[in-house]
Design a protein around this ligand. Structure first.
Ligand SMILES: [Zn+2]
Length: 272
């Protein structure tokens, strides 16, 4: 696909994004009360970001029942949508994006529903992708079988980030919303922050773009901070029931890089 708006601008500090001040407030209260900052961070991660559910954004029904797996996911896979880096940061745009992705995945690919579990818009709105993803996330013990990354669809949570991040970085607010969502997924499913990967770690694809992929080490650290943990403290991980070591190199070696790529990219014209 051709690209795109040449100028990135940070998303405006919209009212809905007052979660940042919630975080600041939580830390401030913890400090004032001499409570562990980590506890405040974990409370923040446990609350999670606002997520716009399928029913709210007007998703079509899945073409057949979505499969709910009995297992927890083992990791998170980060994607970009390879769509334009728009400067429309509105909720309306986020909803249009969710609908366009679902239409493309169902009508062009013949999938039963949206491929990924969640979507983060450039305006930092978080939306449910495949039906039941949100309910299962809230439950914290099962996951929905998805279609976002060959070989990972039964063991990972897929998050699409609106935009093309080959040469541009995501807006700060979108990145923060992604970190909030990842922290909540980790908190709900008991995953360490080290278990965040890019699509290219598993399939032959440039996704999620060189710039977003290069941000993944920072993302893992920022998610760890939100969880009140650190990446290099296995004792603390164990204390929280997160006993897995960072394994991304091992995972990559084990799964290889199949030639097949997932068709996640939207053709021009599906979006306003
Ligand atoms: Zn991808």
């Amino acid at each position: 696909m051709t690209l795109r708006a040449p100028h990135d601008q940070p998303a405006p500090a919209a009212g809905r994004y007052s979660r940042r001040s919630v975080l600041t407030g939580a830390f401030a209260v913890a400090t004032a009360a001499a409570l562990p900052v980590a506890a405040a961070a974990r409370a923040y991660a446990a609350a999670g970001p606002d997520i716009i559910a399928c029913a709210t954004w007007g998703a079509r029904a899945a073409s057949e029942p979505v499969v709910v797996l009995a297992n927890r996911p083992e990791r998170i896979v980060v994607h970009h949508t390879a769509t334009a880096n728009v400067t429309d940061y509105s909720r309306q745009r986020a909803v249009a994006l969710a609908r366009a992705i679902q239409t493309y995945h169902m009508d062009a690919h013949g999938w039963i529903d949206t491929g990924q579990h969640f979507t983060v818009s450039r305006g930092a709105f978080v939306l449910e992708g495949r039906h039941n993803s949100l309910a299962e996330l809230r439950n914290g013990t099962r996951q929905v079988r998805a279609a976002h990354c060959v070989g990972q669809n039964t063991v990972s949570i897929g998050i699409e980030n609106e935009g093309t991040y080959t040469s541009q970085a995501p807006p700060a607010a979108q990145y923060a919303a992604l970190a909030d969502l990842c922290a909540h997924v980790c908190d709900q499913y008991g995953l360490p922050a080290s278990e965040i990967y890019g699509h290219r770690d598993f399939n032959a694809t440039s996704c999620p773009g060189d710039r977003l992929y290069a941000l993944l080490p920072s993302l893992r650290k920022d998610v760890a901070t939100r969880l009140g943990t650190t990446l290099s403290d296995p004792e603390q991980d164990a204390e929280q029931g997160q006993e897995r070591d960072p394994v991304w190199d091992l995972v990559r070696q084990a799964t290889g890089r199949p030639a097949a790529t997932i068709g996640e990219y939207l053709p021009a014209g599906l979006l306003p």
